[in-house]
Design a protein around this ligand. Sequence first.
Ligand code: TMP
Length: 206
Amino acid sequence: MAGKFITLEGIDGSGKSTQSQKISQWLESFTGLKTVRTFEPGGWPDGERLREFILSSKNFSSMSELLLFLADRAEHVSRLILPSLADGFNVVCERWNESTLAYQSGGHGLEVSVIERIIESCNFPEPYAKIFLDVPPEIAFERVRLRNNHSDKFEAEGLSLMRKVSDSYRLMSDRFIHIDCGEMSEDEIFWAIVERLEAKIHGDSD
Ligand code: TMP
């Protein structure tokens, strides 16, 4: 079995990191392949500086912001994601193109068609599955507020941004394994993801 590239999407505070950890462990034992866990922006070797730069910059135009996220993705792809897949590993990544579409359009006002055109010309690899953790913005916002070490500018823009971003994700619902998290526990969400992924992997191997 070839390594699987799986992305996790959702607004800030939707539980992506928790599920990424659980899914990576599960995927490793299910497929018998080592699983690389990563994230955007900044998940590649030396990417921390670019992450810090993007998330702490206050005065960029939406277009510059878009191009910075894509520059980060280009490095991530060439330095970590493609080499890991070529080595036969699975890759589980928090955030991908749909983050850019949801945040830079819904959140920051760029045209979806413009973002899509630019992303298309980047030729990034297509994930095997994209998981969307659909958590009500009010619940996610409260979680983020309680996290005391997170104050980057995206989170600082608050609930109204989260609502817009959440609406944008929902408009792309057909691209995803869509998990309607509601009041589900972490474990219930995990098992809902596993059920959908197992069905997909089995279906594809028939
Ligand atoms: P994180 O805290 O989940 O790592 O994400 C950092 C922030 O960057 C988050 O608020 C979403 C934002 N972001 C974008 O606006 N566009 C993108 O393409 C990506 C990858 C992240």
